[in-house]
Ligand binder design. Structure first.
Ligand SMILES: *[C@@H]1O[C@H](CO)[C@@H](O)[C@H](O)[C@H]1NC(C)=O
Ligand SMILES: *[C@@H]1O[C@H](CO)[C@@H](O)[C@H](O)[C@H]1NC(C)=O
Ligand SMILES: *[C@@H]1O[C@H](CO)[C@@H](O)[C@H](O)[C@H]1NC(C)=O
Ligand SMILES: *[C@@H]1O[C@H](CO)[C@@H](O)[C@H](O)[C@H]1NC(C)=O
Length: 401
């Protein structure tokens, strides 16, 4: 038996890990049950626990490969899935390359991922297809999976006697999706999904893969937050999910998180921060829980509200989704046409001070990004006629007007 794969890449206990790694507070947030020592910290996290900024966290390139060729995602549907649920997830993945979606769009979000390159200067692929799919309706490895048995499920899918999934180590992403009655090691306690690569000794190949679970029955308040809220944090209110399925709508951001990280760090030797590859901090980790301008701590940031009352932040093919923001590849001058989020406690004096400093230097390291125009359009803010410079909002406070 090989050693158990390390806890990587996951939507991990990022706040704690980052704190250890960087000895500074972080903005990444989910209502994890075991990070619950004092629930008032959650509510006021934005002004207390997260004071300071992780704007100086630099992702480093460690010379490994990234996914530069057209990416194909192979879904493995483990357990019982309704076809309507599968459709939401497939359409989300297909939306990544749907460049004609109305802004702010999923394809606009993916542009942040495309900014990452390998050592030859090749960018992450613009194209992400949904490939062949595999059903594992009868729970081939039971209703409780470990990190290692997840690899065995993938092995079954690529070695099945009928219609096995193709072997595509260079641009394939194997996406194991477990139904709401399946428990996976550490699910709900500190992860909602994770990514890694398969071991040749188990699967026969080194294949980048991710697992994401449907939390609808086990812990929607954690992994489908903010479409559900945990009852141990008073004062948080759930918002309406855009596709009418709390578990699946909550999975979307986790799937997005894992695909973004797999693309930039498929073998866990490419883009990450921190000294320890066992606990890499990757492009989605820093911005977990941030869906809009001003986000940080338990505050999601400004999101969009549909006429039907649903909450979302981007458009895809025929649907709307709520997807977390990502860490950009580099510092970009203000004139670059990008906008983003400087994560700061809302309207705190510290935030104002740092921004003043940044303004003087006319450059700002932004943490979580969206294309500026899309952001504007999406948030329904009125663009100012001469607004060519960067605009950064802290909650309701808009700077660089
Ligand atoms: C939670 O934190 C507040 C303020 O920091 C403190 O007054 C309170 O005693 C703490 N509660 C617990 C259960 O630790
Ligand atoms: C990659 O995808 C694009 C868009 O779907 C397509 O035009 C192109 O032919 C693909 N390239 C390869 C090598 O398959
Ligand atoms: C590729 O990455 C470089 C470096 O981040 C960036 O300047 C360029 O715009 C990227 N190209 C695309 C198509 O995203
Ligand atoms: C946000 O800004 C508007 C207009 O400047 C103001 O009326 C409103 O009170 C502000 N809201 C908050 C929460 O600060």
């Amino acid at each position: 038996m090989p050693p158990p794969p390390p806890l990587t890449a996951a939507i991990t206990l990022a706040p704690l890990l980052l704190f250890l790694l960087l000895a500074r507070p972080t903005v990444s947030w989910r209502p994890w049950p075991n990070a619950q020592p004092n629930s008032t910290d959650f509510l006021y996290g934005g002004s207390k626990k997260y004071e300071g900024s992780s704007e100086f966290v630099h992702l480093k390139y460690h010379m490994g490969p990234v996914l530069t060729a057209n990416i194909t995602v192979y879904p493995i549907w483990y357990g019982r899935w309704q076809s309507s649920q599968k459709r939401i997830i497939r359409e989300f993945i297909a939306s990544i390359s749907a460049v004609d979606s109305k802004p702010p769009s999923v394809s606009g979000w993916w542009k942040t991922v495309q900014l990452y390159t390998d050592q030859t200067g090749a960018n992450i692929s613009r194209t992400v297809h949904v490939g062949e799919q595999k059903n594992d309706r009868f729970y081939s490895h039971g209703k409780s999976l470990t990190r290692l048995s997840v690899q065995s499920v993938i092995k079954s899918a690529v070695t099945a006697s009928t219609r096995p999934l193709p072997i595509n180590p260079k641009s394939g992403v194997y996406l194991l999706l477990t139904s709401d009655d399946v428990y996976v090691q550490d699910f709900c306690n500190n992860i909602c999904g994770f990514h890694y690569f398969t071991f040749p000794s188990i699967v026969g190949y080194t294949l980048p893969y991710a697992w994401v679970g449907n939390s609808a029955k086990l812990c929607p308040g954690v992994c489908a937050y903010p479409f559900a809220v945990p009852d141990y944090i008073p004062g948080l209110k759930a918002v309406k999910s855009p596709n009418g399925d709390v578990g699946v709508d909550g999975m979307i951001s986790v799937i997005a998180h894992e695909i973004a990280e797999l693309s930039t760090n498929p073998l866990v030797n490419a883009w990450y921060a921190g000294q320890d590859p066992v606990f890499p901090v990757e492009i989605a980790d820093l911005c977990e829980g941030i869906y809009g301008t001003g986000g940080g701590g338990s505050y999601t940031g400004q999101m969009l509200n549909g006429k039907d009352g649903a909450t979302y932040n981007m458009n895809g093919i025929r649907r709307r989704f709520l997807v977390q923001w990502l860490k950009p590849a580099r510092t970009v001058p203000l004139s670059d046409g990008w906008a983003g989020l400087l994560v700061m406690p809302r309207a705190s004096p510290l935030g104002a001070k740092l921004l003043a400093l940044d303004k003087k230097h006319s450059e700002v390291q932004l943490l979580c990004w969206l294309n500026k125009r899309r952001l504007r359009a999406g948030e329904g803010r009125t663009p100012k006629p001469t607004d060519t410079s960067m605009s950064v909002s802290l909650g309701n406070m808009s700077l660089f007007p």
